[in-house]
Write a protein that binds this ligand. Structure first.
Ligand SMILES: Nc1ncnc2c1ncn2[C@@H]1O[C@H](COP(=O)(O)OP(=O)(O)OP(=O)(O)O)[C@@H](O)[C@H]1O
Ligand SMILES: [Mg+2]
Length: 461
């Protein structure tokens, strides 16, 4: 791991215990995501893309399965065992006689690990889940679900937003509005570097994202940003305390009644930010949506709420599991823009999981191709698209319909994805591979670098 990597996944093996046997869902997945890059992860359904992302998030249900081998390093923390002093694992497989396997877990240790990971999850690493209906809590209003991560992780940033809006003088403010309206990149950048002005700048910029507003409407909205109620001295003291102590409360929590009053400011600000986030993902009646329950929204809307939630705390690593599959093309394009902006603003890295190779071509820097729990090829986008080496990647690319192949029969890769309880020995792709050799049935191929930065796991090379 060097300075350039954001997260390293090393030889990750994840097993699930089911009544049919042990599902070997991941079989030694190795890759890294560098700083400020988008890694696209593609592969057929059931090949383990979601399991990879769930393991990074520590979200594999302890009643179903666990990481049995391997490491995930994020900022020098091993996410597979984040509490280094925890010698015994919290979830493990117990192999009994007659080949019986049971999944055991220690509740106390599991809770301890989750408490630790909670500080990272949603703040530094965020995820857009594949199925919004299962990821959103059905009994809580959208407003609560959106503001909770903001209040949990970044009270200090919310406090800073209020202070920066109230304390800025008029001349400075109109200069900022001017910079945003006229797209003066250097000026915007210098404002973003000033910690006091950054929150305000970001608020102004979030309005610019709305394509349906005219310039006049935009400038009007920007000027409306500062219609706050003035702060009284207690509130100011509370907010300044939050900023100084990095979001921890040292003084006011001892006085519950006063605390309840000053804390309202933070809640209101979180709601305000939640509305901005919803605006960012093209939901404009945000004040109504915040009061609704997930089941009252359409599928695409839920998906966008999930995206807003993931973007809430400006994560360093964003995992997007098929984020745009349920959306129409215009919204999809806007979401992709949003992710590019996240990369530009805070240098985030993105793991982008999708079936849609067109989207990958648009957004990814590098592409990893996955098959039955293994990464079979990984490399720069152009190499993967124009010089694919692994027979599976070649098959995958051939099966995209193009103008040329419109009248012919579409290419399909013969066979289907193997049963992961008893996966084929050697290379897991060999039963479907047109170039299969004898060695492929015996030994698992290792990753080889065949061009600069282009790795493939195949015996052909
Ligand atoms: N909770 C679970 N219990 C048992 N098996 C599971 C569980 N979750 C995933 N699996 C198995 O792990 C394998 C990989 O599943 P995963 O959801 O990662 O696929 P995927 O690549 O995300 O597919 P898709 O593109 O359809 O989302 C599948 O064979 C699946 O059956
Ligand atoms: Mg999936």
């Amino acid at each position: 791991m060097n300075d350039e990597t954001m997260i390293t996944v090393e030889n990750l093996k994840v097993h699930f215990v089911t009544w049919k046997g042990v599902v070997k869902a991941l079989d030694g997945v190795t890759f890294e995501i560098r700083k400020n890059e988008t890694l696209g992860l593609v592969g057929e359904t059931g090949c383990g893309k979601s399991v990879t992302s769930l393991s990074i998030m520590n979200l594999i249900p302890p009643t179903d399965g666990t990481v049995v081998e391997g490491h995930i390093y994020f900022e020098n923390i091993d996410m597979t065992n984040p509490l280094v002093n925890m010698k015994k694992p919290d979830v493990w497989l117990k192999y009994g006689r007659k080949g019986k396997v049971k999944l055991k877990y220690n509740r106390r240790r599991y809770v301890k690990r989750q408490e630790f990971v909670n500080k990272i999850r949603g703040k530094k690493i965020a995820m857009i889940f594949q199925e919004p209906m299962t990821a959103l809590n059905p009994v809580l209003k959208i407003g609560y679900q959106l503001t909770e991560p903001l209040i949990y992780h970044s009270k200090n940033e919310l406090a800073m937003r209020i202070l920066s809006r109230i304390d800025i003088n008029n001349a400075n403010f109109s200069d900022m509005v001017d910079a945003v309206l006229n797209n003066k990149e250097d000026k915007i950048k210098s404002y973003l570097e000033d910690p006091k002005l950054k929150p305000l700048m970001e608020q102004l910029r979030s309005i610019m994202f709305r394509k349906d507003l005219t310039r006049l409407q935009k400038s009007e909205r920007m000027n409306n940003i500062r219609n706050d109620k003035p702060l009284n001295s207690l509130e100011r003291k509370y907010l300044e305390e939050l900023v100084e102590n990095n979001g921890h409360e040292r003084f006011f929590w001892r006085f519950p009644i006063i605390h309840r009053i000053v804390f309202k400011r933070i809640i209101m600000e979180a709601e305000r930010k939640a509305m901005e986030l919803l605006n960012l993902v093209n939901i404009y009646n945000a004040d109504i949506i915040l009061k609704e329950y997930p089941h009252e929204l359409s599928g695409g809307m839920r998906q966008r709420v999930m995206i807003a939630m993931a973007l809430a705390n400006d994560p360093k690593l964003l995992i997007a599991d098929e984020p745009t599959t349920a959306l129409d093309v215009t919204t999809q394009a806007q979401i992709l823009d949003l992710m590019k902006d996240l990369k530009y603003r805070i240098g985030s890295s993105i793991l982008f999981i999708t079936h849609d190779l067109g989207v990958i071509a648009d957004i990814a820097d590098r592409v990893a191709v996955m098959y039955a729990g293994n990464i079979v090829e990984i490399g720069p986008k152009d190499d993967i698209f124009y010089k694919p080496k692994h027979p599976y990647t070649q098959g995958l690319l051939k099966s995209i319909p193009t103008n040329k192949t419109m009248k012919e029969k579409l290419h399909v890769i013969p066979g289907s994805i193997p049963n992961l309880v008893n996966p084929p020995a050697g290379c897991r792709f060999h039963p479907r591979c047109p170039h299969a050799m004898e060695i492929c049935t015996r030994e698992k191929p290792v990753m080889k670098e065949i061009e600069k930065d282009h790795y493939v796991a195949c015996w052909l090379y």
